[in-house]
Design a protein around this ligand. Sequence first.
Ligand code: NAP
Ligand code: MG
Length: 402
Amino acid sequence: MDKIRMTTPLVEMDGDEMTRILWKMIKDELLLPFIDLKTEYYDLGLEYRDQTNDQVTIDSALATKKYGVAVKCATITPNAARMTEYNLKEMWKSPNGTIRAILDGTVFRAPIVVKGIEPTVRTWKKPITIARHAYGDVYKATEMKIPGAGKAELVYTNEAGEEVRELIHQFDGPGIIQGQHNVCASIESFAKACFNYALDTKQDLWFATKDTISKKYDHTFKDIFQEIFDAEYKEEFDAAGIEYFYTLIDDAVARVIRSEGGYIWACKNYDGDVMSDMVATAFGSLAMMTSVLVAPDGTYEYEAAHGTVQRHYYKHLKGEETSTNSVATIFAWTGALRKRGELDQIPELMTFADKLEKATIDTIEGGTMTKDLALITTLKDVTVANSEEFIKAVRKTLEAML
Ligand code: NAP
Ligand code: MG
């Protein structure tokens, strides 16, 4: 069989620990035998980040802007323990944070649904994608403890030095206050990323805030979404047969639980933080979540939602067997390859991505899975595969399909 040819390289961001081990296995077993894989390789493993003073992370993000599609392995975000473990020059920032700051994107997370791993919510039949705004609100807030009686105000001073004041509260005794902000440019790019992703995946888009209570703050989010939708997306949505739908956050939560899934739920920063953990857990496992960063200029970065699975890596280093789930990392590759195929008009590459995803799902549904899934599956008589056996089983399913 001829290998599938690529025209533009994928930006490949290698990572750390157990996921770095899986990364190589996936390339060797599932990609290189079938694709004439073209990548521009960036080693985001912590050692090389340290050697390059983290320049490699910045370079990889700039390359993503240049080529348009990246695939990223999970990486260590250093903390005090990692400083000693890797003898680091500095406590380098989270690579995801650095890349997100350069690409200015929105993160979309969706569960990978397989038979045998049943959602806790019985009505959920299709994935629910959470789109989380990753800027501002309570994450960039200024807080103050009020020691006793006194007046607290919001003050805005424009460049001409003129002030606008609003009373927050006339305190009679001790209390607390908090000042939050967001910027319209960020809300606009969040809205566009959501509309583009809905069109891309042909799913309805839901958005919810507490605009009845927050008549200026949350209402601005609602207004910006509606204005952009009416001006730039309504016709395309109609043509695609999908819907944009705004409701109150409490109503959205109730509807999500009653729904059968199959839509994108756009969330403000805090709502997205909280709700994505709930949705991921209710769908079964973080190792069964896809994650993609979509930038407003149409740049995509695909990754797994979980970390580097440190505990398994230490077992691996001791020569012990591991049973680490590679599904989310496989889907990061298929997501990136499919997008590359779409942008470069290489239908074989898109079909290959579809088939590899199907082979992965079929393998699990056929009863071969890693330990994390074996513990929660409703399937009977399953085979628990180690890390390598699972990837080899997917290869076998894939070869039978091709
Ligand atoms: P983690 O790597 O997500 O793993 C936490 C636990 O979840 C594991 O010990 C394992 O449970 C289970 N798990 C996660 N992924 C799994 C998989 N693919 N297969 C099977 N089990 C899986 O989180 P962490 O241990 O808190 O973080 C480790 C490192 O990852 C940290 O240095 C952190 O900075 C980094 N991190 C990176 C990213 C990213 O790059 N996107 C995201 C989060 C964290 P059991 O041990 O019970 O089997
Ligand atoms: Mg959270």
